[in-house]
Design a protein around this ligand. Sequence first.
Ligand code: THU
Length: 136
Amino acid sequence: MSDIVSQLHKAASAARKNSYSPYSNFKVGAALLGADGKIYAAANVENAAYPQSQCAEASAIGVMVAAGCTEIKEVLVLAEAPGDEPVSCCGGCRQRLNEFAGPEVVIHMANEQRVLGTITMKEMLPMSFGPKQLAK
Ligand code: THU
């Protein structure tokens, strides 16, 4: 793992430990490298009214934006799925990340041990709709 990926992994793992997921028992941690060089990490936060639950990526974006950063340079999502299957971002989070991440930004999918796969933003959300479409 490169130094940045290892820092993202550590931050996502620490945040994942605080995941509030009593309904799914599926703990997720997400870490974002901001254009300011800082790492922003958070976990999924569920709710008794299930649809009000929030993914780790959405939580991390909130932390980043609240700190004054609106550009993502790299992403790592950490979860444990059966058979070491990489856990990718849900459809809604692909769109949320796309708001702040350019097409070449990479998203690492990891478990607690290692990175299981890496994909670019444009591979994860092809033909995306984003801020540029509103810029006319
Ligand atoms: N989850 C995330 O935090 N990120 C994803 O991209 C996929 C799903 C969370 C939402 C819910 O709390 C739990 O995982 C099970 O779906």
